[in-house]
Design a protein around this ligand. Structure first.
Ligand code: PLP
Length: 416
């Protein structure tokens, strides 16, 4: 199976989510918690929490600077984390992995370094209606500075990307296509392989926002052939404050720094500064060292469960959720095209999503309500807001049953 053909009829997961749940201390602290907000941020397994703590206890020092052994050890662990991220994405070279604060920072880096250098008035950047604000706003900010045209590929009637309309937007002036891999507001999977092929045929670069895909499906940037790929550590069961930007080496080599400071320079005088090669060129200042180390543990954890197994588990859960919830009168699941994973956005007649989320919280069910940082999409669907349930490796069918029962209870309250 490739990253593009996830299971339509999922096999049984190779792990038991009830056993996996024991890996996550939060559920022992909050018995009865039904956590359905992993799309916003995933809970952390003990190995990640302990890995970060152990690093601070045993190996902590600043990196790349000290000649003493502790600093060398810390540097070694940080660079091993980079290698771990390389392996997670199957990048060719660890120098293609830049540590960032998260996907938001990664996309801002690409916009402000690559975009500000290589985009000019008359050029075109294509995004889609399914994007998170993190893949909209940086391009608008840059457009207003540079003067290129920002085009938006629409969703079709089912909520998936309209690939024909996307293709029609591409032309000789398209310099960049920036798309989400899996839409955070609806769970729609985008045909990223076809998108890369079509964009490259026009000579455009492709950035994929893998925030929602990386935690739940195999991602192979070399097979995909994309130019940039990004994800956030905190959604992949790792710490907050750390994320990954992958960029092809030749592209990174041609990109100027976007932030200046320590660690990214070769030589500084008051007249002139020369810069390190990537990735150091893009990591000015002291990075989130413990975050990178925690992220490496999280990626080990994910691959220990197996991304094929995670995908199969979450696909089965998604299918169960669609079936269970769509049987409830007055409940409407927002369309997500042909393939949907791990995220269900819904609306309940007569109950505002914020009211519903508050009532669900009284049943110890954590969901998200609002526009999910994808306001243009939610507005286009004519909704303004939705209630979103998103799944992780610790969820099972009983969580969806609890959600369904609590929705019915909320409907009864609102009928009174
Ligand atoms: N892109 C997508 C698809 C997301 O779901 C998110 C977070 O919800 C982001 C980007 C932004 O991620 P972060 O806030 O970790 O930078």
């Amino acid at each position: 199976m490739t990253h593009l053909s996830p299971l339509r009829t999922p096999a049984a997961a190779a792990f038991d989510p009830r056993v996996v749940k024991r890996d996550f201390p939060i559920f022992a602290r909050h018995p009865g918690l039904v956590f359905l907000d992993s799309g916003a941020s995933a809970q952390k397994p003990a190995v990640v929490i302990d890995g970060v703590a152990e690093f601070y206890r045993s190996d902590y020092a600043n990196i790349h600077r000290g000649v003493y052994r502790l600093s060398a050890r810390s540097t070694e662990l940080y660079e091993a984390a980079r290698e771990r991220a390389r392996r997670f994405l199957n990048a060719r070279d660890a120098a293609e992995i830049v540590f960032v604060r998260g996907a938001t920072e990664a996309i801002n880096l690409v916009a402000n370094s690559w975009g500000a250098t290589f985009l000019a008035p008359g050029d075109e950047v294509v995004i889609t209606e399914l994007e998170h604000h993190a893949n909209i706003v940086p391009w608008q900010l840059l457009r207003d500075r540079v003067g290129f045209t920002l085009k938006v590929a629409p969703v079709d009637a089912t909520g998936g990307l309209d690939l024909a309309a996307f293709e029609a937007l591409l032309g000789p002036r398209t310099k960049l296509v920036a798309v989400t891999h899996l839409a955070n507001a609806t769970g729609a999977l985008l045909p990223v392989e076809a998108i890369v092929r079509l964009a490259h045929a026009k000579g455009a670069k492709v950035l994929i926002d893998g925030c929602q895909a990386a935690p739940r499906m195999p991602v192979d940037v070399r097979a995909l052939g994309c130019d940039f790929y990004t994800f956030s550590g905190h959604k992949t069961y790792g710490p907050t404050g750390i994320g990954v930007l992958y960029a092809r080496k030749a592209i990174l080599d041609a990109m100027p720094p976007w932030q200046g400071g320590g660690d990214m320079i070769l030589n500084v005088t008051f007249e002139q500064t020369t810069f390190q090669d990537p990735p150091a060129r893009f990591e000015a200042g002291t990075p989130d060292i413990s975050g990178a180390i925690g992220l490496a543990v999280a990626l080990d954890y994910i691959d220990g469960l197996g991304r094929e197994a995670i995908l199969a588990h979450e696909a089965a859960l998604t299918a169960y959720g669609v079936d269970r919830l769509s049987r409830l009168p007055g409940v409407h699941i927002v369309g997500a095209g042909q393939q949907r994973y791990a995220i269900l956005s819904l609306n309940v007649d007569g109950i505002h999503p914020h009211d519903l989320a508050t009532i669900l919280d009284q049943h110890h069910i954590a969901v998200r309500a609002g526009h999910h940082c994808a306001q243009p999409l939610v507005d286009k669907l004519g909704l303004g807001a939705t209630t979103r349930a998103s799944f992780g490796v610790y969820n099972d069918e009983s969580d969806i049953d609890a959600l369904a029962d609590a929705i019915v209870a909320a409907q009864k309250m609102f009928k009174r």
